[in-house]
Ligand binder design. Structure first.
Ligand SMILES: [Zn+2]
Length: 369
């Protein structure tokens, strides 16, 4: 979610004494005005609870250190299934970690394929610091994968980076809850690069900014940031095996498909749309929550240098980004008492995605024989 949007909704927060005047002025200028929250301060206080006894990932957001502990504990519990790999370091020296989870293909299924290499699904979250729900969603996915080894999602190998932007994430916990970018310094009076404008695909193009103070500042060069380089290198290491990519963001409840930088139709768009709609259906089965499936450029907003487009440009058949719950009432300040519903329903979509990737890969292997 970014502020760059010429024809779509824009959210503005104003102080109570001028709220009525501001609404009046906007209406006079032909804006459709809806009040999504009467009291933003109250939403802030409902967001993370400082006093808590237990920290289950479905009941609370996790600080960076807690995320690391969570991953380490799972590896200790499932040493033959999972490992954590450091894929890079931020400018401040903070490690960036990736969880690798082996596939559980039955011998019969793997014999049916042309080779024994499992398809890989790459998933990342926490690219934008304030999008805490994205981190909870990927942690829940990791937990499900390891604790439900019979899940159809275990037919693929997983590479999951839960916090792409650890410095930004920590900053959103300790200083500015609504911080988006990384914490790059030395670029003038403002800090931070929007990591999701820093990938090498149409870099410098539409929907990105050259101004360091902008929330969509793309950085001085493609892959100028250690965080995007870490994701790039981890990805390229298994490039030929990666058949699916999901980047988790919040919020809007949409499944976004390439391209985001240009109106041209992606060669695999039909197949991607079918898969996206299958995911949306799987999500809605849980509690009726509706996710739309969009071509990003046409229906959402144009953006250049995004990870989704970069992965799609490498020929990976399925590359998408999910803007998680909700549609704006809580927005980035998603309440902790709703995490469980949110992560469990989206898990159903992720599971469907992996199952379908496995099926399509088997088919591809079969036709190549
Ligand atoms: Zn985002």
């Amino acid at each position: 979610m970014s502020e760059y949007n010429t024809n779509g909704p824009v959210e503005v927060a104003v102080a109570p004494p001028i709220s009525r005047d501001a609404q009046e002025k906007l209406r006079q200028n032909d804006f459709n005005v809806t009040v999504v929250a009467q009291d933003v301060e109250q939403l802030f206080s409902a967001s993370p609870s400082i006093f808590r006894q237990t920290k289950k990932i479905t009941d609370a957001f996790l600080e960076l250190r807690e995320v690391e502990n969570f991953l380490d504990e799972l590896v200790v519990k499932h040493p033959d299934q999972a490992r954590v790999k450091q894929i890079g370091k931020t400018e401040n020296g903070t490690p960036i970690h990736m969880m690798i989870i082996k596939s559980q293909i039955s011998p019969a299924a793997s014999l049916a394929g042309a080779n024994n290499v499992s398809p890989v699904v790459f998933l990342d979250s926490g690219t934008h610091a304030r999008e805490w729900l994205s981190v909870s969603t990927s942690l829940y996915a990791i937990q499900q994968l390891l604790e439900q080894p019979s899940s159809p999602a275990r037919q693929v190998e997983w590479r999951i980076v839960p916090v792409v932007n650890p410095d930004g994430y920590a900053y959103s916990w300790n200083t500015n809850r609504l911080w988006r970018k990384n914490r790059k310094s030395g670029i003038g009076r403002c800090q931070g690069v929007d990591l999701n404008r820093n990938y090498d695909v149409n870099f410098e193009g539409i929907g990105s900014s050259r101004r360091p103070c902008s929330d969509i500042f793309r950085g001085p060069a493609a892959f100028s940031e250690p965080e995007t380089r870490a994701v790039r290198d981890a990805f390229l290491e298994v490039r030929s095996e990666v058949k699916g990519y999901i980047s988790l963001h919040s919020y809007s409840q949409v499944i976004m498909l390439p391209w985001s930088y240009q109106p041209d139709v992606h060669p695999n768009l039909k197949n991607m749309t079918d898969l996206g709609e299958g995911m949306a259906k799987a999500i809605s089965k849980a509690r009726g929550t509706k996710f739309d499936v969009f071509n990003t450029y046409k229906s959402f907003y144009p953006a250049s240098g995004t990870s989704m487009d970069w992965v799609a440009s490498l020929g990976v058949p399925h590359s998408l980004a999910i803007e998680l719950q909700d549609k704006g009432h809580h927005g980035f300040l998603y309440p902790e008492n709703k995490i469980r519903d949110a992560v469990t329903e989206v898990w159903k979509g992720i599971e469907f995605f992996a199952e379908e990737i496995a099926r399509q890969s088997r088919q591809e292997n079969f036709t190549q024989q």
